[in-house]
Design a protein around this ligand. Structure first.
Ligand code: URA
Length: 199
């Protein structure tokens, strides 16, 4: 056990996630910091096997400092539960940690500047499966413009493309069932490995 762990009883992962949270809370790398009430670093177990990646915090997230706590969050929790998962089992964060005004999608420059925090979180948690919720987070892992729905491997992770839960609020059909299936797949991949992924 490392000396710090011995003296504080906290794991190195928890310490690093907490340090990262402080860094994110005071980040001024892009203009989004000017409109935020709270940065939303993300939350979940330090050793979560499944890592959910959304787009950007909305109004409720900005108010509370927690990811997916508004209407989209309630849909996400329903789908997690239908997939046999609990919110507390997964790590949840976003491509950018501060709310874009009027819930516009984050710009590619904002996503690029915030990427170092996501990479650091992945490097600490080391999940086996990343579930991308919507097009913006999926765009981080693919070069082509064609956004498929098949899971794929990326830099040692299995990536499962999924609908963003807010799509259900915009009248797109079958979002809940499709998201639930994606989360079931993520669960199965995290438990059984990647043999279900065809190259
Ligand atoms: N939508 C997102 O993409 N992320 C959140 O945290 C909330 C809504």
């Amino acid at each position: 056990m490392a000396r710090e762990e011995e003296s504080t009883g906290r794991s190195w992962k928890t310490s690093r996630l907490d340090a990262l949270r402080s860094e994110i809370n005071s980040c001024r790398l892009c203009g989004l910091c000017n409109g935020r009430t709270n940065a939303v670093a993300g939350e979940g177990p330090e050793d979560a096997r499944i890592f959910l990646l959304g787009e950007a915090p909305g109004a409720e997230e900005d108010r509370t400092g927690r990811p997916f706590v508004g209407r989209a969050g309630r849909i996400l929790e329903d789908c997690l539960s239908s997939a046999g998962l609990e919110r507390g089992q997964v790590f949840i964060t976003n491509t950018v940690k501060c709310r874009p005004a009027k819930n516009r999608p984050p710009s590619s420059e904002e996503v690029k500047l915030c990427r170092k925090y996501l990479d650091a979180q992945l490097g600490i948690v080391k999940p086996s499966v990343i579930v991308t919720l919507g097009r913006v987070p999926l765009g981080l892992f693919i070069r082509s413009k064609r956004l498929g729905r098949e899971p794929f491997r990326w830099d040692g992770y299995m990536v499962v493309p999924a609908y963003h839960p807010a799509a259900a609020l915009h009248g797109i059909p079958n979002v809940r069932s499709s998201l639930t299936e994606s989360l079931k797949l993520a669960r199965s991949l995290s438990e059984n490995g990647s043999s279900a992924i065809t190259e």
